[in-house]
Design a protein around this ligand. Structure first.
Ligand code: GLN
Length: 295
């Protein structure tokens, strides 16, 4: 690391930052050093790659290397910059919310496609455990006739989600409620019930939490990850609750963890028809959907 007073160029900073991240075996050191430097300089990454010879100020240099050190100790880059892109939208994140994952886009895309094929007017969607609001806000953004209710047990997460709804300009169609799953939701009758319930619940089996990578177990909110003894605790509770809150024929859509798709299908089979598994881009079973049987 350069010592005080040394003046360095963008290229030199990037190189040293990259080396420091590489040394601690960060998988994408070039990319992350670039993201952190552009955050510090307040410019985009294209700028830093095309202005390698430009000198950067002492304060900025110090800040850059301080953040590179934080990253080296395990803090995810997204918590350093405060943002993650999801569904081509920019989401604010902090340590009260899980960082949105690309796999979750599969769940959102599935619902967008389903709504476009099956609905012409208003569609009411409930998102359980909204976290950063990435699912709710993206659905509201890409489905202009959708009205979303987003619940989370964490007040701090809802504060982040609300800002994300405002930033995407969809705050009028997303209602946020602090609730442990369905507990604070008003009971709805007949046509007032939801057309779709979606959730990416905590799904890591409790005993597996300690073996997650440092970035996840050391920094992301445990409450958003811990799925109980077998990882299926929230699926059971959400499936049960859906029987009261979903319209007959309505869609329940989950993201699922590694090796959970068939187990979640089995939990759904009694009360749901057309239960389907959808794979992600890595060909891993990632999403399970089904329609509430008309009883
Ligand atoms: N719904 C949020 C997401 O998909 C949060 C999920 C969670 O905290 N388990 O990222």
């Amino acid at each position: 690391m350069p010592t005080g007073g040394e003046i360095i160029t963008i290229r030199e900073a990037l190189k040293k930052g990259t080396d420091m991240l590489e040394y601690v075996e960060i998988e994408t050191p070039v990319l992350e050093a670039g993201v952190i430097l552009s955050f510090v300089l307040g410019c985009d990454r294209a700028y830093i790659y095309s202005h390698g010879d430009k000198f950067i100020g002492e304060n900025e240099t110090n800040k850059f290397f301080a953040l590179i050190e934080e990253r080296s100790r395990g803090k995810p880059t997204q918590y350093i910059t405060g943002f993650q892109e999801f569904m081509s939208l920019r989401f604010e994140v902090n340590q009260h919310v899980l960082i949105p994952r690309p796999e979750t886009e599969i769940l959102v895309e599935k619902i967008i496609e389903y709504v476009k094929e099956n609905y012409t007017g208003r569609v009411n969607i409930l998102d359980i455990g909204t976290g950063s609001g990435c699912i709710s806000v993206s659905l509201a953004y890409y489905l202009p006739d959708s009205h979303i209710t987003a619940v989370d047990i964490s007040w701090e997460a809802l504060e982040v989600a609300k800002r994300n709804a405002e930033n995407a300009g969809v705050e009028n169609r997303v209602k946020f409620i602090q609730s442990d799953l369905f507990s604070q939701l008003p009971l709805l009758q007949g046509n007032m019930k939801y057309d779709i319930i979606v959730s990416n619940p905590p799904y890591i089996p409790s005993l597996d939490l300690t073996s997650l990578q440092l970035e996840v177990r050391g920094y992301e909110p445990l409450k958003a990850l811990d799925g109980g003894d077998d990882g299926l605790y929230f699926y059971r509770r959400i499936i049960k609750g859906s029987l009261d809150f979903l319209k007959p024929g309505g869609l329940l859509a989950f993201e699922v963890g590694y090796n959970q798709a068939q187990l979640v299908c089995d939990l759904m089979k009694e009360c749901f028809s057309e239960v389907e598994i959808i794979k992600d881009l890595a060909k891993v079973d990632r999403v399970v959907t089904g329609k509430l049987k008309c009883m």
